[in-house]
Design a protein around this ligand. Structure first.
Ligand code: KIV
Ligand code: ZN
Length: 567
């Protein structure tokens, strides 16, 4: 295909970045209010920008690009309101974007006057396509735009009053620019920003120059961007006098990956937006990147513990939806639909609960299958993790009863229960809620309606020889029968009484082949929950469940429930 060509490679043979690790969070700079805002169908109003700014501060951003004040009166007014109404916390630095043109530089300086501190972000385009189509200028002429622009920034610093101003320079379309030429321009910018003879590196309050290296349009795989960043870091003179910043876009869907590899390659700062909102396919999704680091135990300095709150405010302000499968924030990201996933999660939760009991106070390493992070860390609920549909398998539904209702069904009963849940989900054609699953359990096992067998009256007497005698009136298919029997406990006595009256009652003959019980609830409302399996003469088995404040009665109810399931 002649229309497209493979991306250019960087000449770097002994690249180091593949062996590096990100052990420290980068400096985060939000560009939501500039790059993100400019990509909205309805850009934010001043009031909306103020709310967004507060959200960004609350999350923990300490560098926030607040706009392009020379480009729009709304942006100028917003920045003035931030400053005049003293809305900028002392430790937050605002950043303003500007082209390398004198009138714009003057207006931008006036816009930031009085701010606690500011980053003046100047950019010009440097790629061959931009040089050819947009500017029709040579490499030297393009470099001169940058150099003259920085001189003008220096010249007009006084217009910002006492506000300490730090310079950020972006060779726009860096990733499509020849690497040695990008170094040449940035070097020239540094040389004019740091006055001759002045010590390089952090200069009092202004701080180091920021060299921001955008993939304005993402056009190669992330490893190529990483090579470009490593090349740049190695070749820029006075590397220690600059902060290397990344600004990725997402045209190939790898904006986050490119930023991650760029950090491995030596960058120290990133620019991006919440949920990656930005031109075309968006900017670096800063929430995604920060949470990726969080998932590897890196302190990020950004607080997404209320991820729903962040999502809600973001959606309200921008009008942009968040995809249900958006990493970390999407509605479905902590939901398992597959039965085998649910089973693994359920087992892991049970085991971890036991381990936590054995080691009180110890923080357990997160290693739950299928869940990258603990949903709790972003204020998501366990109950959202599993929803039951016809694909969920036996374990999932039982897990819901355990988690939501404290009902621990024996393993052998789970397939029977799971089949009933699957049939119900199949016929409704949708997921079942926890409430619907419990209702199904109640309807089929705990309190069956129109039951063939019911107990209308019952009394047990404990005899001397640790025997129990049971007398009861049972109703079988509308007919009352009086039964009586003895056994080694109330359940046994009732089963024998029922068995002795088979002919009279017509109840099918059975033996109890499994019995389980546990307590449910707490304090004065603690009940016994009993599960009984009966086996008929023809070998068929049926489960029944009973709940009562009296252990013996719970067992008897479970037998009655099992018999009712035969009919
Ligand atoms: O994507 C880009 O190149 C930009 C620059 C202005 C930094 O947004
Ligand atoms: Zn951008």
């Amino acid at each position: 295909m002649a229309k497209y060509k493979p991306s250019e490679r960087v000449t770097i043979s002994d690249r180091k970045w593949p062996d590096n690790r990100i052990e420290k969070a980068p400096v985060w700079c939000s560009v939501d209010l500039r790059d993100g805002n400019q990509a909205l169908a309805s850009p934010l109003t001043v009031e909306q920008k103020l709310s967004f700014f507060d959200l960004l501060v609350k999350i923990g951003f300490r560098q926030i690009e607040v706009g392009f004040p020379s480009a729009s009166p709304t942006e100028y007014e917003f920045i003035r309101r931030l400053i005049d109404e003293k809305r900028i916390p002392a430790d937050v630095v605002i950043q303003v974007l500007c082209q390398a043109r004198e009138p714009l530089i003057r207006t931008t300086m006036e816009a930031i006057k009085g701010a606690p501190a500011a980053i003046f972000h100047m950019y010009n385009s440097t790629s061959p396509a931009q040089r050819k189509y947009t500017f029709n200028k040579t490499k030297d002429e393009i470099r001169d735009i940058a150099v003259e622009g920085v001189k003008l920034v220096r010249k007009h610093l006084a217009l910002a009053g006492n506000t300490p101003v730090r310079l950020e320079y972006s060779p726009e379309s860096f990733s499509a620019t020849e690497p040695e030429y990008a170094v040449e321009i940035c070097q020239a910018v540094m040389d004019v920003w740091y006055p001759e003879g002045a010590p390089k590196g952090p200069r009092s309050v202004e701080g180091k120059i920021i060299l921001n290296l955008p993939s304005t349009v993402e056009s190669a795989s992330p490893n190529v961007y990483a090579d470009q960043i490593e090349y740049f870091c190695r070749h820029i003179r006075d590397r220690d006098s600059a902060v290397i910043s990344l600004h990725t876009h997402n045209d190939r869907g790898t904006g986050v990956a490119a930023a991650e590899l760029g950090l491995l390659a030596g960058a120290e700062r990133v620019e991006g937006t919440l949920f990656g909102n930005g031109e075309r396919t968006g900017n670096l999704d800063i929430l995604n990147l920060a949470m990726n680091l969080f998932s590897e135990g890196v302190e990020t300095g950004l607080d997404f513990s209320d991820i729903r709150g962040v999502t809600r405010i973001y959606t309200e302000l921008t009008g942009m939806p968040v995809h249900p499968r958006h990493p970390y924030a999407g509605e479905l990201v902590f939901t398992a639909f597959s039965g085998s996933h649910q089973d693994a999660i359920r087992k892991a939760f049970a085991r971890r609960k036991a381990e936590a009991k054995e080691n009180p106070g110890a923080e357990l390493l997160w290693d739950v299958p299928y869940l990258l992070i603990d949903p709790k860390d972003v204020d998501r609920e366990y109950e959202e993790i599993i929803r039951i549909n016809s694909q969920s398998g036996k374990g999932g539904a039982a897990w819901v009863l355990e988690q939501e209702y404290g009902i621990f069904m024996p393993r052998a009963m789970q397939p029977v229960f799971g089949a009933a849940v699957t049939a119900s989900a199949d016929s409704s054609g949708r997921e079942l809620s926890a409430g619907e699953i419990f209702a199904l359990f109640e309807r089929n096992w705990l309190k069956p309606a129109n039951a063939a067998l019911s107990v209308t009256d019952i009394a047990e007497t404990h005899l001397d020889n640790s025997e129990v005698s049971c007398r009861a009136t049972v109703n079988w298919q509308g007919r009352n029968c009086f039964i009586g029997g003895k056994g080694n406990g109330p359940l046994d006595a009732f089963v024998r009484a029922l068995g002795d009256a088979l002919r009279e009652t017509g109840v099918p003959e059975f033996t109890v082949t499994a019995f389980h019980e546990h307590s449910v609830g707490s304090g004065s409302s603690t009940d016994a929950m009993a599960y009984v399996e009966i086996t008929l003469a023809d070998g068929r088995t049926f489960w029944g469940c009973g709940r009562s404040s009296n252990v013996g009665r719970a067992g008897i109810s479970a037998v009655v429930s099992a018999v009712n399931n035969v009919v």
